[in-house]
Structures are given as structure tokens and as C-alpha cells.
Design a protein around this ligand. Structure first.
Ligand code: KG4
Ligand code: ZN
Length: 360
């Protein structure tokens, strides 16, 4: 199946053409960092205006690079949520118009499912089910039990900041530009990760929840204090990064004990982090579980992962172009167009599910 993917949930205007949920034929993305950087974060109004200005050309660009016309495509996959409403609406309205005009099936995709299926891109053989995914982005940090393409449940999540949010906020404290995750990653390479012992969130019992606001606040107080003012910034960055990575790995390890996983996946923007990736790969090798990490381009937001998710989740995903609406608060367990995940697989697992969001 040859799908055109469209992703506009946040600040990347992205389109792609993907074959069989795996082969990336064309991949186009325009990030808007230059427009948001001076505000130190994403300004929703600017993001949606930029999507409006760029999306039509980005669709033509993806099709042009693939040397295909819309008539050659088997369907159109679009992110329906969660994300910024103004941004989502631009992608959803365009996808609906294209699907309606070209009489092509429309697939509505949950953005977070896209991050999970990014693990299948550019691979002959993707992760086998059931697999455990650690999804870490600017908006989410969660552990997901993936029993099948339409059967996924959050088993652990952050109580406060997402890991990427903590990276971005800490980078700001260090005077680094937005987005701060890659900047901290770069700066930390010259730093000592053991220089400062910033606090690590401890989970009680066998809980899988995590928290990153404490470590960010600890860095703030430290930088405001006498010792912090003269501390090498690289050491602060490396010590902060080590604290975040340790918490993520601890929760991953705990989650992996709960089910006989056949693979582990690391995805989302923070998966591009070099120290997290190295720790993840080291751990999975030790545990003897095959590990899948998309290359950095497909860790951060992109449209290829949206086409991949639509392909893997199949025909159940086809929605009516006249009725699809963007949902900025789409819960993880809800498949846009077809409703909540129905499997009971997760109930057979030990531990509690109190952190998983309720499906409406
Ligand atoms: O998945 P993504 O592109 O967008 C969301 O859906 O949120 O993730 C963006 C996040 C930002 O917070 C960014 O700082 C972080 O991913 N990020 C990183 C790295 N590259 C991107 N964080 C740490 N290290 C990196 N190398
Ligand atoms: Zn994302």
C-alpha cells in the first residue's frame, strides 16, 4: 500500500510517501524553529499560520520527489490528534479535501501511535508483538504495552512534565536556544555527568509512573545559588541529562519485567538523545530483547510515521472525509474514527493500570 502522510500536530509541516508502512519513498518537513525561537517556545497562532502557508507546497513536494501523482496513491493518512488545535485543523482539512477530491480512502491517525510505528520505518523486519515502547517527546513520556497494531495501552506515564519539556525548560535556564533537547545533548558531551547529584524520581512499589519537574526545579535552585553561578554549564547539562536518563531506564526495566516482551522500542523526539539511546541499547542487549530506535529524523515529528501507523493499523482506520474532525485532546487508547482499544490483554499483566488514561 502506498500512502501519503500528513502531519501538522505541532510546529513541523510534514508530508511523506511511504510504501507498506516501511519504505520511505519521500519525506518532506519544514520546521518552524526560526519563527518560534525568539519566544522561547511554540506559539500556537504562528504554528497554524505557517502550516497554512506551507502545507499545500509540502504535499506537492512529497508527491514530486516520489515522482507520483495523487492518482497513484492508495490513501491519505493524517494526524487527527492530539496536538495544537489550530495546527491539527490545517492538516485534517487539507487531507479531507484531497481524499474527497481524489476519491481516495482517508486514514485518521493518533499522533502518538505514529511515534510507535516509526520503529517500523526503514526496516525489513519491525518489532515483533508484544513489544514495549518508551515514548518520550516534548508533550508525552509514557511506557506503552503494544500487543498488536490496534491493541496498545499506556502502562506508565509522567505525573508532570514530559521528558522533552524538562529538557527544553532546563536548556532555557542554561541560556540555550529552543528547542533545548539537542542543545543539552551537545553541551553535555563536554561535561561530567557525575559532577552534580540532581534528584531522581523514585517510583513506589512496582509503579511505573515518572516525574521530571523535580529535577528541573533542582537545576533552577542550583543555578541561582552560589555554587551554581560558577559551575561549568556542560557539567550541569550532563548531570541533568544523567538524572533524566536514569529515571527513564529504571521505569523501562520495571515495565519489561511485567510481560514476555519480544522487542523494545524507543521513540519520540527525546529518543534522539545520544546518552538515552546508548543506555537503552546497552540495557536491551543485557536483557536479551531486540531493540528498535528510529534514526533521529524519524524520532522527532514526521509524516512518514503517520503513514506507517495507518498502514499497520489497516482498513479499520478508514474514515469518512466529510465527518473527520481534529481532536486536540485525543486520548492514547482512542483510534480516531474507530474508537477505543478493546482488547483485555493488559488486564492479564501484573501491576496496576491506574496510570493508564480511561478511554471515553
Ligand atoms: O516528538 P517531538 O518532535 O515533538 C512532540 O511530539 O513533542 O519531540 C520534541 C522534543 C523537544 O522537547 C526536544 O527538545 C526533544 O524532543 N529532543 C531532544 C533531542 N532532540 C529532540 N531531547 C533530548 N535530546 C535530544 N537529542
Ligand atoms: Zn510528536
Amino acid at each position: 500500500m502506498l500512502l501519503l502522510g500528513i502531519e501538522t500536530s505541532c510546529d513541523d509541516t510534514a508530508t511523506a510517501v511511504v510504501r507498506d508502512g516501511r519504505d520511505v519513498i519521500a519525506d518532506v518537513s519544514t520546521n518552524q524553529n526560526e519563527f518560534h525561537a525568539k519566544f522561547g517556545g511554540i506559539v500556537p497562532e504562528i504554528a497554524s499560520r505557517r502550516h497554512l502557508a506551507l502545507l499545500s507546497a509540502a504535499v506537492d513536494d512529497a508527491l514530486g520527489r516520489a515522482a507520483l501523482g495523487l492518482e497513484d496513491i492508495d490513501g491519505i493518512a493524517v494526524t487527527a490528534g492530539p496536538g495544537l488545535i489550530g495546527s491539527l485543523v490545517i492538516g485534517v482539512a487539507s487531507a479531507k479535501a484531497l481524499a474527497f477530491a481524489a476519491r481516495k480512502p482517508l486514514y485518521a491517525v493518533n499522533h502518538l501511535h505514529g511515534h510507535i510505528f516509526s520503529a517500523f520505518l526503514e526496516r525489513d523486519v519491525g518489532p515483533a508483538y508484544p513489544f514495549l515502547a518508551l515514548l518520550v517527546s516534548g508533550g508525552h513520556s509514557q511506557l506503552v504495552h503494544v500487543a498488536g497494531p490496534l491493541d496498545m495501552h499506556v502502562v506508565g506515564r509522567t505525573r508532570d512534565d514530559a521528558a522533552g519539556e524538562a529538557f527544553d525548560k532546563t536548556a532555557r535556564l542554561l541560556g540555550l536556544p529552543f528547542p533545548g533537547g539537542p542543545e543539552i545533548d551537545r553541551l553535555a558531551r563536554d561535561g561530567d555527568a557525575q559532577a552534580f547529584a540532581f534528584p531522581r524520581h523514585r517510583a513506589e512499589g512496582d509503579a511505573l509512573d515518572m516525574s521530571f519537574s523535580g529535577v528541573k526545579t533542582a537545576v533552577r535552585y542550583f543555578l541561582e545559588g552560589a555554587a551554581g553561578r560558577n559551575a561549568p554549564r556542560a557539567d550541569v547539562a550532563a548531570s541533568f541529562q544523567a538524572a533524566v536518563v536514569e529515571v527513564l531506564l529504571d521505569r523501562l526495566e520495571r515495565a519489561a519485567r511485567r510481560a514476555p516482551y519480544r522487542a523494545v522500542v524507543l521513540s519520540g523526539g527525546v529518543a534522539a538523545n545520544s546518552v538515552l539511546q546508548a543506555a537503552f541499547l546497552r540495557w536491551s542487549e543485557g536483557a536479551g530483547i531486540p531493540a528498535f530506535v528510529p534514526r533521529p529524523r524519524f524520532c522527532t515529528d514526521n509524516a512518514a510515521m503517520i503513514a506507517a501507523a495507518a498502514d499497520h493499523q489497516g482498513a479499520a482506520r478508514t474514515v469518512d472525509p466529510l465527518t473527520l474532525e481534529a481532536n486536540p485532546n485525543l486520548p492514547f487508547e482512542v483510534h480516531p474514527g474507530i474508537g477505543p482499544s478493546t482488547s483485555s490483554t493488559v488486564k492479564t499483566m501484573s501491576g496496576n493500570r491506574s496510570n493508564a488514561s480511561a478511554s471515553p
